[in-house]
Ligand binder design. Structure first.
Ligand code: IPT
Length: 955
């Protein structure tokens, strides 16, 4: 016979959500009830197991002087105690629910506080925890007041009877692992701690307990109906609408509706006997109608992001300014929606969404992804014993967030399979709040949901879904589609966003989607710059899969965000430039164009020669107008011409300055002509060198040495790029993983065989064959050099030999310049990088930068920084003109060094600047978690010829 001893920590492995907490309710700050923040420095002691220490620390008079301190809110593993762990879907402990490891880091937190002198003696008090990972037991003044799980959900305890004016001892024991951990297997760092606010709230006699603001909008009558249900009697006033009614009584008045584009909020008050509660609400109606998600009678298009809470030093303990920065960044980048993947965010974030205007899918703190390891056997989401915990989580989310107009959809959770628990959650939510829709991606039959949702599907399937040809249950076929995760923004990419957006625009059923994800979860780290999975010696980890955001960990926008901004811009500007008109289409769902001013400029060879404003009618959503451009400026020069048209904020708004560009387009008028180099005299052989115009070459190898006074290493053919996360792909994705196949073929170790150096009448011709050891495939490569005396022209011809089954990473030449090369000027795409399927935002203009600034700091170094469609570039005393235009890349390390680097700190500048001039680049795709590069963006190994004209820049 064997026993499991019952101990004081049994609650840790109990499937129940906890005990002692008050019923969930809405989260609000009242005007006249006092509150006391208990954030700050807390005494802290870390134990290796849940029961290493008894509960004597919770008693009054306990001496914690020997303890260390941590900041609350915070995660102790980011404050020097223990270490973070990153896993994607795998539980970092054996799957044996609800048991957790004996090794269970447990943090005892202690805080002694006095009540402010004006703390009222009457009424009650509530102690609120907004987020604790993953399980806590709480004592106040030696009394055990309960324990709870549900990390990103609030828990409140009635404590008025325990408080005293001074010397209150609040003790909180936090366990890293608990039964709740099985429900919190989100793809993120495991970060234990009291990571959101701790607050003591006074509850006056006669206070509002809970209330539910129902504010709908009738778009036909243009009226709103307000009804505030309150647990206690009270009156509701809204001065701007002259509303003064009893709580629970509906009132209908003409109003301005709330939408994410026009976030009109009304201020009011709920006045109960003992408390005035400020109300900020918006009128809007969300419904499923005609098979579409409609708000205020119109179908909406989500241009969204998945947002995890992240700060590179504080983890998920975000301050208000960081939350505001996220919202402002989203608004400024044309994002109109957030899925709070994969848990309810700090409630203040939702206030900001209400205020600035973002559609929110509020997702419950539930993911049991690791059960895929056992084909979902024993999944808590389909096990009645766990259903109370699931229902508790649903209720805590809905009750807390129900008064936010921005929340239009409740999501049951992420990647939790299917089952009774999920159905129970959906049923409970519908019963409590029929005014919003329900999302959950994990159920392909949409049994419990109001929308069909998928992740990472390729373009072809999205199109089938759009056309309603995707099959599925009858219910599913009648539902709109939401792409809850796509465009996996890991490393360089994602590619193919514009192609998705075209599909969303073409099929009503496709109501847009949410990029995975908003921000890289890199941890600031002295050793590495930013650390990712594995950098803390984790036994199991998923590497840099945790860095897959549109923002770098320091919140600097990545090129992926710049691309997304362009792809989802709310105004479409089109035209061919030569016919003098531009077609402007309002792509908003609700707003007209009155907030925008339009401007044109006209460029000759990338230089603006004239600019002005453009009068565009304030089009209604969906409307288009053809607008006449002015007569093109007269310019005698023969160069390339184009219009650039911008839509900008006409006035400063809550989220952006006047002049902030929300949409733009370039309309080519005339192409430029490439520089002609008429040969004047051929190569001249010398003892060691061959000279040709301004250049000298190695007589034996035909390798270029100098152009005028500029030393040049190489140049020679280059096909290798440091594989991107998307090149390497994910093992579960069906497309070929070219990053791995390229390396297997040997494209990173091409050998250059010299076949001939021929001195002709005009050209110097160097014949080579470029191929990897052990392979029959190769690239016959001929370099043909000519000069007109000052300029030097190189024409490269490439002819593949053998059976090339793979695309090439890149095709171009690489050359080395002196390390003193720093400033770069170019005429072409910029200011940031752009690849074949990521260059919508690449604007053709004249740009200036430095070699260092050309680098894109992907947390895991990989191919980056190529500027697309470059007509000419100047660097290190050289000017290069392309025929045709080319991709320009320059860096202070070689591709091989970039490839070998694991962190940004591995990249060390050498004494050469390496320049790649590429005729072709393979696209980027999204295969790190999604489809590979679409066929039209692949770089096939095919015969090619391309030229560059080099000249020395004087002065
Ligand atoms: C999907 C998850 O929902 C998300 O949390 C994240 O892990 C994302 O993938 C990839 O970064 S699930 C995956 C199996 C498609």
């Amino acid at each position: 016979m064997s026993f499991r001893t019952t101990t004081a920590t049994d609650y840790v492995e109990d499937v129940s959500p906890g005990s002692g907490a008050l019923a969930p309710r809405s989260w609000y700050a009242s005007s006249d009830a006092k509150s006391l923040s208990l954030n700050g420095h807390w005494r802290f002691r870390l134990s290796a197991t849940a029961d290493a220490e008894d509960d004597s620390f919770a008693a009054e008079g306990f001496d914690a002087d020997a303890w260390t301190e941590v900041s609350v809110p915070g995660h102790w593993v980011l404050q020097g105690h223990g270490a973070p762990i990153y896993t994607n879907q795998r539980y970092p402990f054996p799957v044996d629910p609800p048991r957790v490891p004996t090794e269970n880091p447990t943090g005892d937190h202690l805080r002694v506080f006095d009540l402010p002198g004006d703390w009222p003696s009457g009424g009650g008090s509530v102690l609120r925890f907004d987020g604790v990972e993953s399980c806590a037991r709480v004592w106040l003044n030696g009394t055990d007041i309960g324990e709870f799980k549900g990390s990103r959900l609030p828990h409140e305890f009635a404590v008025g009877h325990l408080l005293k004016p001074s010397g209150n001892v609040l003790a909180v024991r936090v366990h890293q692992w608990s039964a709740g951990s099985y429900l919190e297997d989100q793809d993120q760092w495991w970060l234990p701690g009291i990571f959101r606010d701790v607050t003591l709230l006074h509850r006056p006699v006669g206070s509002a307990l809970d209330f539910f603001v129902h504010a709908s909008y009738d778009h036909v009558a243009e009226e709103g109906t307000l009804r505030v249900d309150s647990d206690v009697d009270g009156r509701v006033t809204v001065p701007a609408l002259h509303i003064d009614v009893a709580a629970g009584e509906p009132v209908t008045v003409p109003v301005r509706p709330w939408t994410a584009e026009t976030p009109h909020l009304y201020d009011g008050e709920l006045v109960t006997e003992g408390e005035r509660v400020p109300l900020r609400f918006g009128f809007r109606t969300v419904e499923l109608a005609d098979g579409l998600i409609k708000v205020n009678g119109r179908a909406i298009l989500f241009k969204g992001v998945n947002r995890h809470e992240w700060h590179p030093e504080k983890g998920r303990a975000l301050d208000l300014e960081t939350m505001r920065e996220d919202v402002l960044l989203m608004k400024r980048h044309n994002v109109n929606a957030v899925r709070t993947s994969h848990y309810p965010p700090h409630p203040a974030f939702l206030d900001l969404c209400d205020e600035y205007g973002l559609w929110v899918i509020d997702e419950c703190d539930l993911e049991t992804h690791g059960f895929t390891e056992q084909a979902w056997r024993d999944n808590p989401a389909d096990d009645d014993r766990w259903t109370p915990a699931l229902l508790d989580r649903a209720a805590r989310m809905v009750e807390r967030d129900k008064n936010h107009p921005s929340v239009v959809v409740w999501s049951l959770g992420n990647e939790a399979g299917t089952g009774r628990g999920l159905t129970a959650m959906a049923e409970w939510i519908r019963g409590r709040d029929g005014s919003r829709l329900i999302h959950y991606e994990g159920d392909p039959n949409c049994r419990d949901t109001d929308m069909y949702s998928r992740m990472y599907v390729d373009h072809a399937e999205i199109e089938r879904i759009g056309r309603g040809l995707d099959g599925g249950s009858l219910k599913r076929r009648q539902l709109p589609f939401v792409f809850c995760e796509y465009g996996h923004a890991m490393g360089n990419g994602p590619g193919g966003l514009a192609d998705y957006q075209r599909l969303f625009a073409s099929y009503d059923r496709l109501q847009g989607g949410f990029i995975w994800e908003w921000i890289d979860h890199g941890i600031k780290d002295e050793r590495y710059g930013f650390a990712y999975g594995g950098d803390f010696g984790e036994e199991l980890h998923d590497g840099n899969f945790v860095c897959d955001g549109l923002l770098f960990p320091d919140r600097k926008p990545s090129p992926g965000l710049v691309e997304y901004t362009k792809v989802i811009e709310p105004v479409r500007i089109e035209g061919d430039g030569s016919d003098g008109t531009v077609r402007v289409t309002n792509g908003y769902d609700f707003a007209d164009l009155s907030a925008l001013a339009f401007a044109w400029s006209y460029q000759v060879d990338g230089e603006t020669v004239e600019a002005g404003t453009l009068a565009v009618p304030s089009l209604a959503p969906g409307e288009s107008a053809d607008v006449k451009l002015p007569a093109p400026p007269v310019d005698e020069r023969g160069g390339e011409r184009q219009w650039t048209v911008r839509a900008e904020l006409a006035e400063e708004t809550a989220w952006g300055p006047q002049g902030h560009v929300v949409a733009w387009a370039q309309l080519p008028v005339r192409e430029g002509v490439s520089t002609r180099v008429a040969p004047s005299g051929g190569p001249v052989p010398g003892e060691r060198l061959i000279t040709l115009g301004p250049a000298s070459f190695d007589a034996r190898t035909g390798a270029l040495k100098t152009i005028g006074g500029v030393d040049v290493t190489g140049p020679r053919l280059d096909v290798w790029r440091a594989p991107t996360d998307n090149d390497n792909g994910a093992h579960w994705q069906p497309d070929a993983r070219y990053g791995l196949l390229w390396r297997k073929l040997g494209l990173h170790r091409m050998q250059h065989r010299l076949d001939a150096v021929e001195l002709g009448e005009d050209p110097l011709t160097v014949r080579t064959r470029v191929a990897p050891a052990a392979r029959a495939v190769g690239l016959r490569t001929v370099y043909r050099w000519t000069s007109d005396g000052t300029r030097l022209k190189l024409t490269v011809s490439v002819a593949p030999e053998g059976d090339w089954t793979l695309p090439l990473p890149r095709l171009g030449i690489r050359l080395g310049l002196s390390g003193s090369a720093d400033r770069v000027r170019w005429f072409g795409g910029g200011p940031g990088e752009g690849y074949l399927d990521t260059k919508s935002a690449s604007m053709v203009a004249r740009w200036e930068s430095t070699v260092d600034e050309l680098q894109t700091p992907y947390v895991l170094p990989q191919e980056n920084g190529a500027r697309a469609d470059v007509r000419w570039a100047e660097i290190g005393g050289l000017r290069v003109e392309g025929d045709p235009s080319f991709w320009f890349t320059a860096r202070r390390w070689t591709t091989e060094q970039l490839d070998a680097a694991e962190h940004l700190t591995d990249l060390v500048a050498g004494d050469t600047v390496w320049v790649n001039l590429d005729h072709g680049q393979h696209g980027i795709g999204s295969q790190s978690c999604g489809p590979g590069v679409l066929p039209q963006y692949q770089l096939r190994a095919a015969p090619a010829e391309f030229s560059f004209v080099f000249s020395e820049i004087h002065g």
